[in-house]
Ligand binder design. Structure first.
Ligand code: GDP
Ligand code: ZN
Length: 461
């Protein structure tokens, strides 16, 4: 394991990118190392904490100027890592930033491991684990809304909530202990059972609520995987283009997957829609014809949402009916397009086929109906507005697993009560739930797990 005391350095480019790059140092030697390569009016080792200084970075051996910089000096403990931190802001390209990094490394700093800044913040008690994980989500978040949620978690809302639930459990356990040790009532056993049952039910409900929100959190971070299907010429490409124009799609290139997928994100009221296989829509136009109903259904199962497009100017065809079969059991919205044409489509029949699912009418050449579609999407996934302000979303696989394990432990406790098991056995399950919740905030976590978690972080954070 690396020495926790040495001074670490990495390029840490701020979220949102931009022309400025930052080399960040943290540790006892951070200021003196920066000072060795800095030429400016101020001597960095004697400046006030949390001040910014203009100057040049000069190679100490050959006196060559590398960069014009602004250097921020932040002395422990009021820093991200609770150690001395120096941030060197430079506006040059990647090459000069790399030279700057090499320079501070040659002066005694060590290259930070991925996530090591955040790890130090955690180990030094600056943030708890769920906050540390929020930093990671923040780096990955794709829309403002997802960013808000990550920020919320960073504020410690999740930790606070989880700690309240833990408190509830531990108090209940303590209460039961006292009852058993100093029985005021005749039937201590039964009273304790009632209390445990009621309190574990309460905590279970709260955990369920968090998990419910986590599903929304996942959608916000990863996007709603959306497929657009329909017969040739109904307006799939027009729909895609309308959504993309309306919302300025973010196109991401994800290398390293089985094939290099181009994903397109559109932002619908803060909800990222990940348009799946848009290349497929553009090129082949009709996956059902190409793949057959059964196989296309398999492919469609990967999506969270299907947009099924029909043509108002034509009566419902056999192919259209096959599409309804293909999306059976999935979340989908029917879009009846080309409402400017003379109506041949039996809308009532379409509504019958759609059942619970929504039917929207559009005239995509006029860009009409997109607002209604956006509303329908928002309603489908969030029942109206997203309340990112008040709610804490769990946005992390590890947290979700722990919450589900917590639910199971609490269910075991209630089952033990129902089976009239001795109180001690019930308490074991309740204590287990308490421990599991503790792992979310990092209270009961082993070292190896901590190392593994932080190694997932981006370098420089
Ligand atoms: P796709 O084959 O399903 O992708 O359909 P396209 O989006 O390529 O559209 C096929 C044709 O229908 C194009 O000529 C579009 O301009 C036209 N189209 C799209 N939306 C409408 C609409 O609302 N009304 C009418 N009249 N034509 C439309
Ligand atoms: Zn098309």
């Amino acid at each position: 394991m690396e020495n926790e005391k040495d001074t670490i350095a990495a390029i840490s480019t701020p979220i949102g990118e931009g022309a400025i790059a930052i080399v960040r140092l943290s540790g006892d030697e951070a200021v003196s190392i920066a000072n060795q390569v800095f030429h400016g009016a101020d001597h960095l080792e004697s400046v006030d904490t949390h001040t910014i200084h203009y100057g040049k970075i000069v190679e100490p051996i050959n006196q060559q100027t590398i960069e014009e910089v602004m250097v921020t000096v932040m002395r422990a403990p009021k820093t991200f890592t609770k150690e001395d931190v120096v941030e060197i802001n430079c506006h040059g390209g990647l090459a000069s930033v790399n030279r700057l990094l090499e320079l501070v490394l040659s002066r005694g700093a060590r290259l930070a491991e991925p996530g090591e800044f955040t790890k130090r913040a955690f180990l030094n008690g600056r943030i708890d684990l769920s906050q540390a994980e929020a930093v990671m989500d923040l780096i990955r978040s794709k829309t403002d809304k997802a960013m808000d949620i990550a920020m919320n978690q960073l504020d410690g809302k999740l930790s606070k909530f989880v700690n309240q639930l833990r408190q509830e459990l531990i108090e209940t356990v303590a209460h039961v202990e006292v009852n058993i040790d100093y029985p005021e009532y005749d039937d201590v056993e039964e009273m304790s059972h009632d209390l445990l049952k009621e309190r574990t039910k309460y905590v279970s409900n709260e955990v369920e609520r968090l998990l419910q929100m986590s599903r929304q959190g996942k959608i916000l971070r990863e996007g709603i995987a959306t497929a657009i299907i329909g017969r040739p010429n109904v307006g799939k490409s027009s729909l895609l283009n309308s959504l993309v124009q309306e919302t300025k799609a973010i196109v991401t290139d994800i290398p390293g997957t089985t094939r290099d997928v181009i994903e397109e994100y559109v932002n619908i009221r803060g909800i990222p829609l990940r348009l799946v296989d848009t290349a497929g829509i553009r090129e082949t136009e009709d996956i059902v014809e190409q793949m057959g109903v059964e196989r296309s259904h398999q492919a469609l199962k990967q999506s969270d949402l299907v947009l099924l497009v029909l043509n108002y100017g034509e009566s419902l065809s056999e192919e259209d009916r096959k599409l309804f079969e293909a999306v059976e059991g999935l979340e989908y919205i029917v879009i009846v397009n080309k409402t400017d044409l003379e109506g041949k489509l039996d809308i009532e029949e379409v509504k019958r086929l759609a059942g619970e699912q929504k039917v929207i009418t559009t005239t995509l050449i006029e860009d009409e109906g997109i607002k209604e579609l956006e509303e329908a999407i928002a309603d489908t996934f969030f029942e109206g507005e997203i309340e990112s302000g008040d709610l804490t979303y769990i946005s992390n696989v590890r947290h979700i697993q722990l919450l589900e394990d917590t639910l199971k432990a609490l269910a075991d406790a209630r089952q033990a009560i129902d089976e009239d098991m001795p109180i001690d056995l019930v308490q074991i399950d309740v204590t287990r739930a308490w421990e599991l919740l503790g792992e979310i905030v990092g209270d009961t976590l082993q070292d190896s797990l901590i190392d593994q978690l932080f190694s997932q972080f981006c370098l420089g954070k």
